[in-house]
Design a protein around this ligand. Structure first.
Ligand code: PAF
Length: 281
């Protein structure tokens, strides 16, 4: 496995693989890898000839006062883990390499980015789409892999690929969870032991919402209220949003008639966690 941090080396390795006609699977990450990333990587390895990951904590997708500085970084640990999942190449650039002085180009997906995390983290998705567009141009993958935990991100990136006629397939794989149900996230590391125990309430509340719908409840307001109530029983929890949206445009629904996404963002202390479930009716 190779680790490169400069664009010129990355481009020349990718060109060589393309010349040989190899397919490329790509997993963009911000590092501090966990089992969720490894799941994406194993799939990328299984479905492609050459598997690339990027490790880049992208400053552009963090707002003022967010955790850009504290975001966990450990390239040595990540390299070992990526190697164990069959990674062939890690691209781990510096901020200057990605955004040199004078950098002035941004990619913006409209509408889908307005609600949910887009509303609570203004500018976040502009940062995500800009960096992912750059990474797609550099890595030239046939397939790129993302987790369902970041459901809105996956929707937005699919839309970007479609609208900009990018020549790759975006593949979204199920959320990988801890044994107690908490969605895996690099940010779980910030939780104190008490907050960690409490955080499981997010998934529990989503499961309960699924159960309510299964039993026939269709009023989104009632389901959302129940989720919030459950989460707020945890001492350190604050709800950022609880939303039920349709699974095409991500518009809030008041009566559940069709497949929908129930999405939650909640803070435990300073740590903001997100999770969601897709519900068929
Ligand atoms: O999901 C993430 O880790 C990031 O948003 C991504 C896609 C790597 C872009 O920085």
């Amino acid at each position: 496995m190779q680790v490169v941090s400069d664009i010129a080396s990355l481009k020349s390795i990718i060109e060589e693989k393309k010349q040989k006609g190899l397919s490329i699977g790509f997993v963009p990450t911000m590092g501090f890898l966990h089992e969720g990333h490894l799941f994406l990587m194993r799939m990328a390895k299984a479905e492609n000839d050459f598997m690339v990951i990027s490790i880049f904590v992208n400053p552009l997708q963090f707002g003022a006062g967010e955790d850009y500085e504290e975001y966990p970084r450990d390239l040595e640990r990540d390299t070992k883990m990526a190697g164990s999942a069959g990674c062939d190449l890690i691209f781990s650039p510096t901020v200057k390499e990605m955004y040199p002085p004078g950098y002035a180009t941004f990619v913006q997906v409209e509408k889908l980015t307005e609600g949910l995390c887009g509303a609570s983290r203004p500018g976040h998705f502009l940062g995500v789409t800009t960096v992912v567009a750059k990474l797609f141009n550099l890595v030239r993958p046939d397939r790129a892999y993302f987790g369902q935990k970041d459901a809105q991100q996956a929707f937005v990136l699919k839309k970007m690929v479609e609208d900009l006629n990018m020549n790759l397939k975006v593949i979204v794989l199920p959320t990988v969870r801890e044994p107690d149900g908490l969605a895996m996230s690099s940010r779980n590391k910030y939780l104190t032991p008490e907050q960690r125990k409490e955080a499981v309430v997010i998934y529990r509340s989503l499961r309960e919402a699924e159960e309510q719908i299964r039993k026939g409840e269709r009023e989104a307001g009632i389901i959302k209220e129940n989720i919030s109530k459950l989460i707020l029983q945890a001492k350190h929890a604050r709800v950022d949003y609880v939303e039920i949206v349709d699974s095409k445009e991500l518009h809030p629904v008041s009566i559940i008639k069709d497949r929908c996404l129930i999405a939650v963002a909640a803070k435990f202390g300073k740590t903001r966690l997100i999770d969601n479930v897709l519900v068929e009716v």
